[in-house]
Structures are given as structure tokens and as C-alpha cells.
Ligand binder design. Structure first.
Ligand code: PLP
Length: 395
């Protein structure tokens, strides 16, 4: 008898590289070092007061019991309206379910779509959990290497080649992208949808940063272009835009039979998403507070512009301006090449010698880059740039 043994599937799930970095940051801080961490994937602003208050009110009036596993009907209806008003997507209440965070929605979506052994295209740089989520759904992630020369948006020919070579059944798209901040334009989204239509592939579109856009960037959902709606599951919500991070809420939208099947899985593994958080999300749908959001975006944009200008002045580093989200991919290929380092070693040097935490691009399938989150105070960004300069000037 082997006793308790984790099964083969669980053994294929790797521990995230970001956790190791967080542990080291904590260790250095505990030892009294002034560590600057640009590793966080969470806005540094609080949940807006009216939204938090809706959660508090729910507790006070006793609205904390089980709900339907797919979420309260009023929230599903409000979600459909919000998706329509904000992104031009057309769903009715039966086509939107409430999940526990975008991560929960992605898990339900992939568990619903993936057949054992199906290959799923994961476009690098990718959010760290996609390969593991595909694996847990008994699929096989196929990583499409990053396209920095195209602003981290793949061309159709590359996607078609990977889809053909691997006989892919689906693709996970994420624009605005974590970690690159890339936003796919309408032509690229159309090309993706056309490819998927030709090959009868599904799309899981993670749009959790869809309202965090800069300059003239526009968010285009694959479900909003011709032929996209019936083969796309959309994941969206207020996690990043309104700091509903710890509240664990999201929407999964798509054709009713598919989201209905996802809701059945959710009913067995989760039950309902947190009732109190549903009240907060309902408030966010009814009043997404555009003026407040614009103010946040001004702050993010100021930091983004500072970081892009400052990093591009450092010897050996380049940074393409991100167009969405709050991440930037610093290109360290030239310094790494000259010093015989990889990005993981570069991140380790920066953390150990200069007490600056960045995430190696390898964690996202993009070696040669370091991800900086600018969901951080200006003062931290300024310190980070000074520390990066010292690292660049070292021999
Ligand atoms: C691209 C992307 N998708 C999903 C998530 C998870 O979001 P949630 O906290 O809503 O589960 C994140 C969080 O960092 C993310 O960056």
C-alpha cells in the first residue's frame, strides 16, 4: 500500500514561480531590508466605498444564505446588461452565470469544454494559471511562443500553424493581457475568430482587464465580432477595475447550454459564489462609477508613462508601452545575452542584490523579459528605476 499519494494529474501541476518570489520578498523584509516589490497583480486602490457598503448592507439585512449555484437571477440579469452596455455583447440572463473570481470562471469554462487529451492553444505570454487549468481539465496546453515583434499579439499564420500542427480544439485568449499589457485590435480578433470558425475551435476569452485601457486602445471581445459569439465563452467582472480581488466574483457568459453545463459543475464543486460578494457585484453592475474609474485610470496612466520613459532610458533595457491592464514587460534580452544570464537569474540578482522584486518572463512563457506591475505607488516605481539602473550599470 502506498498510503496517501497525490495522483498523476495533481503532480503535473507546478507550484507558481510567483509564490517562490513572494516567499523571498517576505524573508528579505523580515530581515529588515527595504524591498521594492512590483510583483503584485492587485490594484493598490481600495474597493470603492458604495460597492463595499453593498456587501456590508447584505450582511446586516441577513442576505447571506445560499443562492442558486449560478448566482442570483437579478445579478445574472444585471451582468447581461453590463456586458451589453460596456462591451456591446448581447446575452440574456440564461447566458450569464456568476462565478467565484475570473479564476473560478476559467476553471468552470475549461472543465465544461475540454475533452480528455484535447490540445488547447495558450498564447504566450500567458497568465500563469492557464496551463495548469487546462491540465486539470485533462487537456494538453500547447504554448504558442510570444510575438514581441508584433506587440505581443500573434498573427493569424502563426496561430493557424500551431492549431494545425497540434490539431487544437480550443484557444485561451487574454486581452488586455497579463503580463504584457497587449491589446488585440479588431483585425487581429477577427482573424482569431475566423481561424477558429474554419477549424471549429472554441475560444475562452479572459477579459478581466477589459476596461483598463490607455491611449486609443479599444477592447474587442471575440464574442462581439461576426461568427464569434457562438464559439466563445467570455470571462469578465470587476476584480481588477474595482478591486473586487478578495471578494471572488466574476461572470461567465456564453451560449445557454454551455454556461448551463458550467453551472452544473459549479453547483457540485463550489455551490454558489459568496452571497455577500454577489450584493457588492450587483452594486458595481448598477453603478460602475465611471468618474471614479477614470480617476484610477489617470493614476495608472501616469505611472505607466513614467515607467516606459524611465526604463527606455536605462542602458540595455527596452519597454514597449503597454496598452492595457497594469503590467509592463521589460525586455532584458540584451543584458542577459551579454552577461550569460537568463531572466530567472536576472530576477534573482535584482531581488538579492538590489531588493527589487520583478517576475521573470519565463513564468509566463516569455523568457528574456521581466514583468513589472505598476499597481504601485509612484515612489516605489522611482525606487525601482534607480535599482534597475544600478543593475544595468553593473559589469
Ligand atoms: C489574466 C487574469 N485572469 C484571471 C485572473 C484571476 O482573477 P480573479 O481574482 O478574479 O480570479 C487574473 C489575476 O491576476 C489575471 O491576471
Amino acid at each position: 500500500m502506498a498510503g496517501l499519494v497525490p495522483n498523476r494529474r495533481s503532480q503535473r501541476i507546478e507550484e507558481s514561480m510567483t509564490l517562490a518570489i513572494t516567499a523571498e520578498v517576505l524573508r528579505l523584509k523580515a530581515a529588515g531590508h527595504d524591498v521594492v516589490s512590483l510583483g503584485a497583480g492587485e490594484p493598490d486602490f481600495p474597493t470603492p466605498e458604495p460597492i463595499a457598503k453593498a456587501g456590508i448592507d447584505a450582511i446586516e439585512r441577513g442576505d447571506y444564505r445560499y443562492t442558486a449555484a449560478s448566482g442570483k437571477p437579478a445579478l445574472r440579469a444585471a451582468g447581461a446588461e453590463w456586458l451589453s452596455a460596456t462591451f456591446g455583447l448581447s446575452y440574456d440572463e440564461s447566458e450569464v452565470i456568476v462565478c467565484a473570481g475570473a479564476k473560478g470562471a476559467l476553471h468552470m469554462a475549461l472543465d465544461t469544454l475540454v475533452e480528455p487529451g484535447d490540445r488547447v492553444l495558450v498564447l504566450a505570454p500567458y497568465w500563469v494559471s492557464y496551463p495548469a487549468l487546462v491540465t486539470m481539465a485533462d487537456g494538453e496546453p500547447v504554448i504558442v511562443p510570444p510575438a514581441p515583434q508584433r506587440g505581443f499579439v500573434h498573427d493569424e499564420a502563426t496561430l493557424a500553424r500551431f492549431a494545425d500542427e497540434h490539431d487544437a480544439k480550443g484557444v485561451i485568449a487574454n486581452f488586455p493581457n497579463n503580463p504584457s499589457g497587449a491589446v488585440a485590435g479588431r483585425d487581429d480578433v477577427r482573424a482569431l475568430v475566423d481561424l477558429c470558425a474554419r477549424r471549429d475551435m472554441w475560444i475562452v476569452s479572459d477579459e478581466i482587464y477589459a476596461t483598463l485601457l490607455y491611449d486609443d486602445a479599444k477592447h474587442v471581445s471575440p464574442a462581439a465580432v461576426p461568427g464569434g459569439r457562438d464559439r466563445t465563452l467570455v470571462v469578465n467582472g470587476f476584480t481588477k477595475s474595482h478591486t473586487l480581488t478578495g471578494w471572488r466574483t466574476s461572470f461567465l457568459a456564453g451560449p445557454a447550454p454551455v454556461v448551463g453545463a458550467a453551472a452544473r459543475i459549479q453547483s457540485q464543486v463550489l455551490g454558489n459564489p459568496c452571497t455577500i460578494s454577489q450584493a457588492a457585484m450587483l452594486q458595481a453592475c448598477r453603478d460602475p462609477m465611471p468618474a471614479h474609474t477614470a480617476e484610477r485610470m489617470r493614476a495608472f496612466d501616469e505611472r505607466r508613462r513614467y515607467l516606459v520613459d524611465a526604463v527606455n532610458q536605462l542602458p540595455g533595457l527596452t519597454l514597449q508601452p503597454p496598452r492595457g491592464a497594469f503590467y509592463a514587460m521589460i525586455d532584458v534580452r540584451s543584458i542577459c545575452g551579454a552577461r550569460g544570464l537568463d531572466d530567472v537569474a536576472a530576477a534573482r540578482q535584482l531581488l538579492e542584490r538590489h531588493h527589487l522584486a520583478l517576475v521573470p518572463g519565463s513564468a509566463f512563457g516569455a523568457p528574456g523579459f521581466l514583468r513589472a506591475s505598476y499597481a504601485a505607488a509612484m515612489e516605489s516605481l522611482e525606487k525601482a528605476v534607480l535599482r534597475l539602473r544600478t543593475w544595468c550599470e553593473e559589469t
